[in-house]
Each structure stands twice: as structure tokens, then as C-alpha cells.
Design a protein around this ligand. Structure first.
Ligand SMILES: Nc1ncnc2c1ncn2[C@@H]1O[C@H](COP(=O)(O)OP(=O)(O)O)[C@@H](O)[C@H]1O
Ligand SMILES: [Mg+2]
Length: 251
């Protein structure tokens, strides 16, 4: 049965999109069929792979297009539902008046979920009805966290938000992954915040940490995951390791 994971944080620029697409690539490299769902209006995951978004998740939510007409193959074992960019706001407005408005994505994915081992949903940091739809559709949420002060402080707000949704659904805490980690930066601040997050067991921190790595950034210029762009880089190794840890944790 497929596992649906919402990759979330309430702070921008922490590495959420980078993690969604590279984790998806890592899991698919292990022989799993993966679907990436871009629910973020910034559409960075869609842009990363240079996907045609003339039909997109906004059309899926508003039932203007069918799943089959939107889904696009990035590479063997890795599909994507591209974001509609600013159209996501129109979709948000349209669905906000409907019945079961938090479940629109859930219903749209349901019939197709069995075709995939993993579905990873990329969200925007804005906690609105689009985020609700991603969380209501998911079995697990995974928080992406950069080890810096504002990002750390945003976790409390996010956890309170998710707690309410978890109480209504079967949504489970998948854990926190630390990204953009640089031990030498900020006079040990990264190490300190890492330890604070790690020492709270409710965070269920992943033992894999994604280090700051230039190949992760460069990979976007070639429309590839870092795993395909630079398989020997620390970025590729970290994401492959995280993929194995996720497969083990969610099995
Ligand atoms: N491990 C990393 N090393 C270096 N740069 C990174 C890493 N992860 C993400 N980035 C860069 O940080 C910026 C923000 O990442 P992104 O995934 O877009 O964050 P978010 O989706 O949370 O807004 C991007 O320019 C991205 O290339
Ligand atoms: Mg993003």
C-alpha cells in the first residue's frame, strides 16, 4: 500500500522543496515507484525538473483536469504533479467554499495512490487550506528544519497547527530532518540547535542530517536530482542515506 508523506515547515528557505525532490529520487533509486506532488505556489520543485505545468495541481483541485492528464514522468520510477504557480491561489479560493474542503487533494489522489509506493507532497510555508489538504491526504508528516534560530522558533507554531489536524485524522509524526547543516558556520549555532532538536524525543529526529553542499544547488541548473547530477557528492550521499532511513522508518 502506498505511503503518503507531507513534507512541511512554516519557515521558507529551509530546504523543504530540495528535500522533497531529492528524497523522492533517493526512494525511487531503491526500486520504489514515487509520485511528487507540488502544492506550493512557488512551484520550485516543478521548475527544478523543468516540467510543463499547463495542466497542474490547481486544475486537479478544482476538477478542471483529471489526474491522468496532469501527471508527468520525471524519470523511470519518479512522477510529478506540477504546481500551478499563482493559479494555486485561485484554486484555494474556489475550494474554500466547497464541502469537505480539507479533503479535496485526498479524494483526488485516492484512486491513483495504489500505483505508487510513496507519494511525497511539497507544501508552501503558509499554513492555509492548501497545507490542510496536504496534511489531510497524508499518512505521515515530516518537518524540514534548518538549524537556525528563526527556523527553530517556527517549529512550535507548526507543531500546534499539526496537532489539531492529527487529532482529527490518522496523521502520524514522521520525524524532523535537519537540512543545510554546516558545523563550521555561526560559531557552533548549527550544532547547538541540532542537539536541542535531537534531545526532544517528540521530534523523532532522523539520524541523517543533510549537510550544506554546493552540488545540491547546482543540480537545479541541469534539471536533475543531486543523486543523478553528482552521485559522489555529500548531498547525494546524505539524501540516499535519508531515503534508506525513511524506508526503514515507514515500512
Ligand atoms: N543541503 C543544501 N546545501 C546548500 N544549499 C541548499 C541545501 N538545501 C537547500 N539549499 C538551497 O537553499 C535554498 C532554499 O531551499 P528550498 O528547498 O527552496 O527551501 P524551501 O522549499 O524550504 O523554501 C535554495 O536555493 C536551495 O538550493
Ligand atoms: Mg519550497
Amino acid at each position: 500500500m502506498s505511503k503518503i508523506v507531507c513534507i512541511i515547515s512554516s519557515k521558507s528557505g529551509v530546504g523543504r522543496t530540495t528535500t522533497t525532490l531529492n528524497l523522492g529520487a533517493a526512494i525511487s533509486k531503491q526500486g520504489n515507484k514515487v509520485l511528487l506532488v507540488d502544492m506550493c505556489w512557488e512551484a520550485n520543485m516543478t521548475l527544478h525538473f523543468n516540467i510543463d505545468s499547463s495542466t497542474n495541481t490547481a486544475d486537479l483541485l478544482t476538477k478542471r483536469s483529471r489526474f491522468e492528464d496532469i501527471v508527468t514522468t520525471v524519470k523511470d520510477g519518479l512522477d510529478i504533479l506540477p504546481s500551478g504557480g499563482s493559479e494555486m491561489f485561485n484554486a484555494l479560493e474556489l475550494i474554500s467554499n466547497g464541502k469537505n474542503r480539507e479533503h479535496v487533494l485526498n479524494y483526488a489522489l485516492k484512486a491513483h495512490a495504489r500505483c505508487y509506493d510513496y507519494i511525497l507532497i511539497n507544501t508552501s510555508p503558509i499554513l492555509n487550506l492548501l497545507a490542510d489538504n496536504a496534511l489531510y491526504a497524508a499518512d505521515y508528516y515530516m518537518i524540514v528544519q534548518q538549524p537556525e534560530v528563526y527556523a527553530y522558533k517556527s517549529m512550535d507554531r507548526l507543531n500546534k497547527y499539526i496537532k489539531f489536524i492529527s487529532s482529527e485524522t490518522g496523521l502520524k509524526n514522521g520525524g524532523v530532518v535537519i537540512t543545510r547543516f554546516n558545523e563550521k558556520q555561526c560559531s557552533n549555532l548549527h550544532r547547538h540547535i541540532y542537539e536541542v532538536v535531537r534531545d526532544d524525543p517528540s521530534n523523532k529526529i532522523f539520524s541523517t542530517t543533510i549537510r550544506t553542499n554546493i552540488e545540491v544547488v547546482e543540480a537545479a541548473t541541469c534539471n536533475l536530482s543531486v543523486i543523478d547530477y553528482a552521485p559522489a557528492s555529500t548531498g547525494a550521499k546524505d539524501y540516499m542515506q535519508l531515503g534508506l532511513e525513511v524506508l526503514d522508518r515507514f515500512k
